[in-house]
Design a protein around this ligand. Structure first.
Ligand code: IPD
Ligand code: CA
Ligand code: CA
Ligand code: CA
Length: 263
């Protein structure tokens, strides 16, 4: 099994790849994008999503050829042995709809898991040029600045981010959670909504997410002592799609109380 001999070297490599990807993504905003739909009209992919994913995969396999890779735009299936080794989870552009329509509020994300344990997360807020990165043995940084763990806000003292379909459908009684909070925010980019919880701008974020939407955020949030669980308080299986709640400990308790009041 390939070991992560030097995470410091990997950090330098990944940062360089992501900076290169940022230049490509941001400069593409000046040219016409090739936009197509996937599952429906609200599910877009562009040539840049695909090219950036290929770029990351090429770099990873050049330096770490035995890696398993899950990328939103290509490979999703992992067999049991692949779960155990060095696994990279890629979302080349998170918030593609924002990328196309707003030219703002989108991210690029990479996570690294070893034997099922998250060792690194990288979320790059591309228009702000802020890379949030780190993992269990080093802490979390925004570019070169270390982040302190956010204060343990309760729901009524903090903002909550909620994925639009969950809020509109009032799944799990989430409209009540929204009303108990200081206010609700919906950005259409899970990476940026994770960042808001990491830096204390929101007390919680909940959405139905796929592995590449939450893999990096989970590593960073847990490193800062935040809770990352399903809405029912169960652990998240790294390779499944599920409701994902990231929150301060107090906000998670408040949300659990509200969700359970419907059962
Ligand atoms: C989407 C965004 C959005 C979330 C969706 C994701 P994509 O990612 O993260 O916030 O609500 O579920 O699919 O497809 O733009 O990478
Ligand atoms: Ca997508
Ligand atoms: Ca995504
Ligand atoms: Ca994406």
């Amino acid at each position: 099994m390939q070991m992560l001999e030097s995470l410091e070297i990997i950090d330098q490599q990944v940062k360089k790849w992501m900076q290169e990807a940022r230049i490509k993504i941001v400069s593409s905003l000046d040219s016409s994008l090739d936009v197509t739909t996937k599952s429906g009209p609200n599910d877009l992919v562009t040539n840049i999503d695909r090219e950036v994913e290929e770029f990351y995969k090429t770099k990873i396999l050049e330096f770490y050829p035995k890696s398993g890779i899950i990328g939103e735009e290509s490979s999703h299936e992992l067999d049991e042995p692949q779960r155990k080794k060095l696994l990279w989870v890629i979302d080349p552009i998170d918030g593609t709809m924002n990328f196309v329509k707003q030219k703002d509020h989108f991210a690029s994300m990479i996570a690294i898991y070893q034997n099922g344990v998250g060792v690194r997360g990288y979320i790059y807020d591309l228009m702000q040029n802020k890379l949030y990165w780190g993992g269990p043995n080093i802490g979390v940084f925004c570019n070169n600045e270390r982040l302190d763990p956010p204060c343990n806000q309760s729901l009524d003292k903090g903002l909550i981010g909620i994925g639009a379909p969950l809020l509109i459908g009032n799944y799990h009684n989430l409209q009540k959670a929204a009303l108990e909070s200081s206010g609700t925010r919906i950005y259409g980019c899970s990476g940026i909504q994770f960042i808001h919880v990491l830096n204390g701008q929101c007390a919680a974020y909940i959405s139905y997410l796929r592995p590449w939407d939450y893999a990096a955020g989970k590593v960073l949030a847990e490193t800062l002592g935040l809770v990352v669980k399903t809405i029912d308080g169960n652990p998240i299986d790294m390779l499944s799609s599920s409701d994902v709640l990231v929150a301060t400990k107090n906000a998670q308790k408040d949300i659990t109380r509200i969700v359970q009041s419907t059962y």
